[in-house]
Each structure stands twice: as C-alpha cells, then as structure tokens.
Design a binder for this molecule. Structure first.
Ligand code: 5GP
Length: 339
C-alpha cells in the first residue's frame, strides 16, 4: 500500500458530479429536502436516486448508472452547492491522505483534470456554472488542477455550440480550461453534429478527449467519425474494432482506463478480459482513472491496486510496470496545463 500511496499519480478522467464524496452528498441531500427547490422539482426518481447513493447500493448496468445522475444534478443546481461539490472533489483527490480533511482523501494525486458538463439551471447560466467550478479550481489548486468542459451527446446542436464557445472564451480569458470532452448516454445523439465542434476545439488549442465505443451498441462508423477529429485521448474505447485500434496505436492516442467503472457498468465482464491488456502488451499510453467515485465506490488507490494485485483479483503487474503506467498518465496530461 505504501508503494501505491507514494507513487506519483494523476487523475485524468473524473466527472465532477459523479465524484462527490458521499458525506457531502448526504449533507446536500438533507439541505435540499428543506429548500424551496424541493417543493417544485422533487420527483420520486430524484429521492430514490439519492437514497440509493446514500445506501451505497450497487448498480446493475450502464442504464442504471445513467438513471442516477438526475438525482445528483438536482443537488448541485445552485452556485453555492456546486462550489461545495467542486471543493470537496478537489479535496478528495488532492489533499494528502494523512490530513483530516472533511471529505477524506484516500490517496492523493499530483494533478487532476476534472471534467463537467455545464448546466443552465433556474439559479445559474452555463457560464456561471463554469465560472463557479473554475473559481474553486483556481483558488484551491492553481497548479494541480484544471478543467475539461464536457459536451453531452444529448445536447442539441445549439447548446453544444454554446458550450464549446464558452470553453474557448474562458480559455482565452486565461481561465484554467485545458480541454473538451464528449460524454453522456453512449446510445444517444448523432455525432456528425459534434465532429466540427471538436475540430474547432483543437484549432483553438484545447485538448480533446472523447468517450468512444463505450458499449457494444456504438457503431464502427461512429467511432471512425469521432477518430477523424484526431482526439489526443479517448475515454473507455472498450469496443473499438481492429481498424480503429490500429489508428489509435499509430497515433499513440492515450486511452483513459476506468477498470471498476467498466466492470460495474458491465461493459467488461471480468477484469482478465479488460482491453487494458491489449494496450499494456504494446506499451501504449494509458491513464488509469476513476470515472465516478460516487456510484462506483472506488478511488484512484483502488484502481492502482487492481493493477498490482495478483491474478485473478488483479492484473498481477510488477511494481516497476505499475510505475511505468503511472508515468504514462502523467505524460498524457493536456499540454499547457502544469506551470
Ligand atoms: P457532470 O458532467 O454533471 O459533472 O458529471 C456527470 C455526467 O457525466 C453524467 O450526466 C454523464 O453525462 C457523464 N458521465 C459520467 N460517467 C459517465 C460514463 O461512464 N460514461 C459516459 N458516457 N458519460 C458519463
């Protein structure tokens, strides 16, 4: 454990609203229940979702995971609650493990690129959403954290365009926006409308990472289209076909690997079948990441422990192999990030 704790690690694939530490979620849920919002927007689904998270229930598959995000979003729909959520997520990942931080760091990372999808709510615009998250990142961890702005596959073209424009604008204003992401329900949306936006993002100097081929239902045509944007990194990339894998290997595109997430969503049936093996065997860049610590009940330490633990519980890597993997993550940060 000491080896993993002291290993310099980065977190490159963590969704803000999926990474809220449970104690804060409980506080937010309690406060939400007595807020005016609860009277107007509380639905049984939201209450049920929060209760499941509080109970630490396991999720059955990817549909089940996606059903719980509206509940979390209801709790972070004001600038004040979003600021607290961002602060707690940063503390979780960055505070030294020995400190008695309120929201408990398990093993800190040296650097985090946190991602989130800006939402317009009755209490804030998308711009205020992003400014709130950025204010917290810049105040707490100016050298150790940066923001990736997520575009959700379910966004209308107009909203996606607006979100990209915000990312570009905030970066030009000198804010710590380092990239954009494509996330959201893998079965939704027509990616043709997004491709131009990711090309613009690259031309503007933003890093691009795309959730791709996350489920068996994602078509090879879609993956090809997304790869045509030449993203620097890919999220999951579980079901890439042989041709797409060749492209990824040739370009040395970093694959963000979220082991527990893939097992929990059942997009990978067992650890020994995970596509990480394909990339490890070829010394191809990967970044070990958590995805959503809240529903998946994992931590960066837990993800690295899966690499090191003997088979069949883990992948049985040696310490020096794990060190090499951690270095790959470090080298896969979006440029223009660390000072
Ligand atoms: P947020 O962007 O609100 O901070 O974080 C939650 C959002 O991240 C979810 O609504 C969803 O769009 C996205 N997300 C979280 N986990 C996953 C995942 O495993 N796959 C995909 N495609 N999107 C995810």
């Amino acid at each position: 454990l000491a080896f993993l704790e002291h290993l310099p690690k980065v977190e490159l694939h963590a969704h803000l609203n999926g990474s809220i530490p449970l104690p804060l979620l409980r506080d937010l849920a309690r406060e939400y229940a007595s807020s005016p919002d609860a009277a107007t927007t509380t639905s049984d689904d939201i209450l049920a979702g929060v209760q499941r998270l509080q109970a630490g229930e396991a999720f059955t598959d990817i549909d089940d995971i996606f059903s719980v995000f509206p509940a979390i979003h209801a709790l972070t729909s004001t600038p004040a609650s979003l600021k607290r959520a961002t602060g707690a997520v940063l503390s979780h990942f960055l505070d030294p493990p020995t400190s008695d931080s309120t929201y408990g760091s398990v093993a800190s990372v040296a650097y985090i690129e946190l991602r989130t999808t800006p939402r317009a709510t009755p209490h804030m615009s998308r711009r205020v959403y992003l400014e709130t998250v950025l204010d917290e990142i810049e105040a707490r961890a100016p050298d150790a954290a940066a923001l990736i702005v997520s575009l959700d596959r379910r966004m209308t073209p107009d909203v996606a365009q607006e979100v990209l424009a915000l990312a570009v604008q905030l970066r030009r204003e000198g804010r710590r926006v380092v990239g954009v992401d494509l996330c959201g329900d893998p079965r939704a949306g027509d990616m043709t409308a997004f491709v131009g936006l990711f090309r613009t993002a690259r031309a503007e100097g933003l890093g691009v990472t795309l959730h791709i081929a996350e489920t068996s239902g994602n078509s090879t045509a879609e993956s090809k289209e997304l790869l045509s944007c030449e993203p620097e990194r890919l999220g999951h990339a579980t079901y890439l076909d042989e041709e797409a894998r060749e492209v990824v290997l040739a370009r040395r595109t970093c694959i963000e690997i979220c082991l527990t997430s893939n097992l929990s969503c059942k997009t990978v049936q067992q650890l020994q079948d995970h596509h990480i093996r394909h990339y490890l065997a070829r010394n191809h860049p990967i970044a070990i990441s958590t995805d959503d610590i809240l529903p998946f009940r994992t931590s960066i330490l837990g993800e690295y422990a899966l690499l090191l633990a003997p088979k069949p519980v883990g992948l049985g890597l040696t310490e020096s192999e794990v060190e090499a993997v951690a270095r790959m993550g470090m080298e896969s940060r979006f440029r223009n990030t660390l000072s």
